[in-house]
Design a protein around this ligand. Structure first.
Ligand SMILES: C[S@@+](CC[C@H](N)C(=O)[O-])C[C@H]1O[C@@H](n2cnc3c(N)ncnc32)[C@H](O)[C@@H]1O
Length: 467
């Protein structure tokens, strides 16, 4: 096919997407939020409308088509070299976050602040900071409103830690408490970027059992064990908060867009296996308070989980409806009356062999009525395929992107492929296709019974029953 029709078809996808968004917003009497807005208000109905399934579908097409049309027209050498330098955006973002730039700019409002004033509280070099912020502004994170003068936009505001700059500079340990997205962004742009830099080296010069993370940090210890050391208390806390921040990229009620929690009988036991803070089971229990919850994680996480529940759902704690168990999921599962074993963002952290052990431990403790609810993103390949495994499991079939977009929506779903690399670099694991889930569940003694794709989200709920 000649390039001209492809460009036109990509343009048509963009036009159709914008038309759809305008129609939905017009019907609702709203205007699509401007990128230039100096703050992000997630409670604004115009923001909430982005999760409307028709709008979310149009956004996905637009993101994919915009990236593909740009890739099509760009000088290929420029595109390749830009890809090879994408790490600068990540490195600059961490600087902005560590220097609390978003919060300094929040106080300054739309007229912005000169780089000299932004740099002053941290004694950073103002000229260098201006260059760093310009890299970000060029990628639509911050606005450069006048030479060397920067202001927040909706994207930078998503990283607002919600405290005064003075409070943030005064207490490093608590600086990320107010925004899990920022905790996640700092984890990615610190621990993960350093590890990713060693990916090729560990492939070219493999050493048994060594991941990019191990080579980057000069340690043989796995990430989760290393984070338990007292000297890594800040990194551990940042990791836990970051995991809670993963919910922010999804519609706020994503956990209710799949598995039917309301169908569980009162008193049913929901075990959040490797639950971290237990923050998602908490959301479920807030809506369905007759459910009993057990939050399990390694001992070092359990204290943080207790604190989290004490703040966010003290009623359930006081009623004795939630229990916090220090439990290593490679050991025998202590709960034998679970209605649901819930695993969110656990499966993708483990390669098939160790994961099979985890699944077998859960299977050994399961009743015939126990369901395993796995919350993960299901990998699409970038090539067109026949549906295969997706046809065989109820609910699993998914649409693919309209041609000439990449069948997996390309950059529109970039986040999924970044996670795939992050879990490899840090943990030696990865995301799975549906066939990959079917196989590993089977090895662990479970049968994938059905799948719920959460509308407006990349997450799916995979429901398995004892095989
Ligand atoms: C990616 S986080 C997911 C946390 C939580 N499920 C969520 O959705 O936010 C993985 C969790 O697995 C826990 N974990 C790692 N190894 C574990 C083990 N051997 N036993 C129990 N939990 C473990 C970690 O401490 C961490 O809280």
């Amino acid at each position: 096919m000649s390039p001209a029709p492809t460009l036109r078809r990509l343009l048509q996808i963009l036009t159709d997407g914008v038309d759809k968004i305008e129609a939905v917003y017009s019907d609702a009497g709203e205007t699509f939020p401007a990128l230039e807005a100096s703050s992000l208000n997630t409670a604004d109905p115009a923001e909430a409308l982005r999760a409307d399934p028709a709008v979310a579908a149009a956004i996905l097409n637009i993101m994919a088509a915009a990236a593909q049309i740009s890739a099509t027209v760009c000088n290929p050498a420029v595109a390749a070299l830009n890809a090879s330098q994408a790490f600068h955006v990540s490195a600059c973002l961490r600087v902005a976050s560590e220097l609390n730039v978003v919060e300094l700019l929040r106080d300054a409002g739309p007229q912005g602040l000169h780089a000299a004033a932004i740099a002053a509280p941290s004694n950073a070099d103002p000229a260098l900071l201006a260059r760093i912020l310009r890299v970000l502004a060029t990628h639509h994170v911050f606005l450069e409103v006048a030479p060397d003068v920067f202001a927040n936009n909706r994207i930078s505001s998503a990283l607002d830690k919600g405290r005064t700059p003075a409070a943030l500079f005064a207490n490093r340990m608590e600086r990320l408490d107010g925004n899990g997205v920022t905790a996640l962004a700092e984890f990615f742009s610190d621990d993960v970027i350093k590890s990713a830099a060693h990916l090729a080296d560990t492939l070219l010069d493999p050493r048994a059992g060594e991941l990019p993370y191990n080579r980057a940090f000069g340690t043989e210890e796995p990430l989760y064990r290393a984070l338990q050391r007292p000297e890594h208390a800040y990194r551990l806390k940042r990791f836990g908060l970051g995991m809670a921040g993963t919910t922010a990229t999804e519609p706020p009620d994503t956990i209710f867009r799949g598995y039917d929690w309301g169908a569980l009988a009162p008193g049913s036991v929901l075990v959040d296996v490797g639950g971290g803070l237990g923050h998602v089971a908490l959301e479920v229990a807030q809506r369905h308070p007759a459910l009993r919850v057990v939050v399990q994680d390694l001992e070092f996480q359990t204290e943080d989980a207790k604190k989290h529940w004490a703040v966010h759902f003290p009623e359930h704690v006081a009623a004795g409806m939630v229990e916090f168990q220090a439990h290593d999921f490679f050991d025998a599962q202590p709960v034998s009356n679970a209605r649901v074993f819930f695993l969110r963002y656990i499966v993708h952290n483990w390669a098939d062999e160790p994961l099979t052990k985890v699944l077998r431990n859960l299977r050994a403790a399961a009743q015939p009525s126990t369901e395993l609810v796995v919350v993960e993103k299901i990998l699409y390949v970038a090539a067109a395929t026949s549906a295969g495994a997706e046809d065989a499991v109820p609910g699993a079939a998914r649409p693919t992107a309209p041609a000439p977009l990449l069948p997996n929506w390309g950059v529109g779903k970039a986040e999924l492929y970044y996670y795939d690399m992050a879990v490899h670099n840090m943990l030696g694991a990865g995301e799975r296709t549906l066939g990959g889930f079917v196989d590993v569940l089977q090895r662990g003694g479970w049968k994938l019974a059905r799948v719920h794709h959460c509308a407006g989200s990349q997450l799916s709920h995979l429901v398995a029953v004892p095989a």
